[in-house]
Design a protein around this ligand. Structure first.
Ligand SMILES: Nc1ncnc2c1ncn2[C@@H]1O[C@H](COP(=O)(O)OP(=O)(O)OP(=O)(O)O)[C@@H](O)[C@H]1O
Ligand SMILES: [Mg+2]
Length: 509
């Protein structure tokens, strides 16, 4: 046995666990098992293995091909009709497993639902189970008693290693290319594919290999890039480079301190130590004061990967499939753990739904419910850094204790912080901050947000350039005098925000 296959054998434990779990469900006479998954093929394979071990026949159904015994040629006559297939199943005697693909939608019909319940009732005393699979399963509550869910996650690195080996072997039969990766390299390759389904992983790897004709170190990074792209194309989850850190953020001391204390709690080491992994924070406050910036900086600061969930895109892109895509995105985030999941302007995806419920036929309610369920049940390893510009639009369920560890309120910067903001933004544009009178600048922009200070620096650079001068304190002061900050124009909004935050949020600065 090669070292790699020995390693594989050892590490396929998790897969075996899954099989054991499924076998247990079947052996304990659960009439209906619901598997929510994007990987129908993997479910079918796993069921086939279990059926073989238990020595019971497996029947597979889909609406296009009808019901057929696995391994048999022809389907049973006329079983492509969803009601008829239940009648046929009732006639099949003895132990058996039935995999019904995408059957959930037919359960909305009363007759079919009724038949399913009767069938389930008659299954109670034999090793007969119906397995319902689908990408998003919402079963009618009448079946609650009979149904047991079976979690089927995206494949982990161990399973993907088998996909990698399989793909290499498969491709080797068609084209000639060189594998210059040792077992560690192959493992890294598999690790970089985590977050994709087996099928997506196979396609991504094949594409990379066809482009380079070598499987070497460059394939490992090419695969990572391809994965970023694949996830981006899905539109909801964007996999980002975590390049911001707290060095780029002025003040927000409380927030930074809170996060610093919890650094490392998401890593395997922290968890072995017994740290309770933090779940997430919600940052709200005055516009342009660094909410988005600091949420993004968490990943860089903690040295974790960063993914952004574009909750708004859920509604634009996938009419009718929004929940499925949300669920898949959240599942992907779990697979990429430990990771920071940044949800910017969370109200865009999970706004209070009272007014819109009638308009979108309950879609936003279902999206919210999906998200809340996930927040509740998820495994650790995904830290949520959410921001909100309009907290009054958020449903109270989302703000209830326990959903987020803390809600932070970001206020306008004080004089000391404003000086720091000038320093950061001058230096970012290649200027030596020591050459400027930071105290005078800070004094001249009471009520300015960080974004407005940055904007002043940018405009002053234009002014200086057009006057063929070097940037100076005077030019900056001129820009500040010409700006009416939001704190003045939107005074009432800011007062309302502060009032809201007073007893609900912790000050970030
Ligand atoms: N505390 C800060 N430290 C450094 N830069 C800041 C800070 N606050 C704001 N900025 C600058 O202002 C820009 C805008 O900030 P950011 O987008 O994070 O604000 P926001 O609070 O999310 O605003 P919005 O309410 O418009 O979403 C940032 O890109 C950054 O350059
Ligand atoms: Mg923002």
């Amino acid at each position: 046995m090669s070292p790699l296959s020995a390693q594989l054998d050892q590490k396929s434990g998790r897969r075996r666990d899954k099989k054991d779990e499924l076998r247990l469900l079947i052996n304990s006479c659960h009439p209906i098992i619901a598997v929510e998954t994007f990987e129908e093929t993997r479910v079918e394979e796993l069921l086939a293995e279990v059926a073989l071990e238990l020595n019971v026949p497996l029947f597979v159904w889909s609406v296009t091909s009808g019901l057929a015994r696995k391994g048999a040629e022809a389907p049973i006559y006329h079983t492509d009709d969803p009601e008829q297939v239940l009648a046929n199943i009732a006639l099949i005697r003895g132990d058996a497993l039935f995999l019904l693909k995408d059957f959930e939608r037919y359960l909305e019909q009363d007759r079919i639902l009724r038949r399913m319940r009767e069938l389930a009732e008659s299954f109670r005393d034999a090793r007969r189970s119906i397995v319902l699979s689908g990408a998003s399963l919402k079963l009618p509550p009448e079946l609650n008693e009979e149904v047991v869910p079976f979690r089927f996650e995206l494949p982990d690195a161990d399973l993907l290693l088998q996909v990698v080996l399989g793909t290499l072997a498969e491709l080797g039969k068609k084209i000639s290319y060189k594998v210059e990766l040792d077992s560690n390299g192959l493992r890294q390759l598999a690790q970089n594919l985590v977050g994709l389904t087996s099928e997506e992983a196979r396609r991504t790897l094949t594409k990379c290999l066809l482009q380079s004709v070598h499987a070497d170190a460059s394939t490992i990074t090419a695969v990572l890039e391809a994965k970023r792209l694949a996830l981006r194309q899905e539109g909801v989850l964007e996999y980002l480079k975590a390049d911001a850190s707290f060095a780029d953020v002025a003040d927000l001391k409380n927030l930074k301190e809170w996060l610093r204390k919890r650094r490392g709690a998401l890593t395997a080491e922290g968890q072995r130590f017994g740290l309770v992994p933090p779940k997430g924070i919600l940052i709200t406050g005055v516009q342009g004061c660094g909410k988005s910036l600091s949420a993004k900086a968490v990943a860089g600061e903690w040295g974790l990967e960063l993914a952004k969930l574009d909750a708004g895109a859920l509604y634009d892109k996938y009419v009718g499939e929004s929940e499925k895509h949300l669920r898949k995105s959240l599942g992907t985030a779990e697979q990429l753990a430990p990771i920071v999941l940044w949800i910017d302007e969370i109200e865009k995806g999970f706004a209070s739904t009272g007014a819109s419920a009638a308009v979108d036929a309950g879609l936003s309610q279902r999206i919210l419910a999906t998200f809340l369920t996930w927040l509740q049940d998820r495994q650790s390893g995904v830290f949520i850094a959410a921001t909100s510009n309009d907290i009054s639009a958020l449903p109270p369920e989302l703000l209830r204790k326990g959903r987020f560890d803390e809600i932070f309120f970001v206020d306008l910067p004080d004089a000391e912080t404003r000086a720091e903001l000038f320093r950061i933004h001058l230096q970012r544009r290649g200027r030596d901050a020591a050459q400027f009178d930071l105290a005078a600048l800070a004094a001249a922009c009471d009520g300015f947000s960080g974004a407005e200070i940055e904007q002043a620096v940018i405009s002053a650079l234009y002014t200086a350039f057009s006057q063929k001068q070097q940037l100076s304190t005077d030019i900056l002061l001129g820009e500040l005098r010409a700006t009416r900050p939001l704190a003045v124009t939107r005074q009432e909004d800011i007062a309302a925000l502060r009032a809201w935050a007073r007893d609900r949020a912790v000050p970030a600065n």
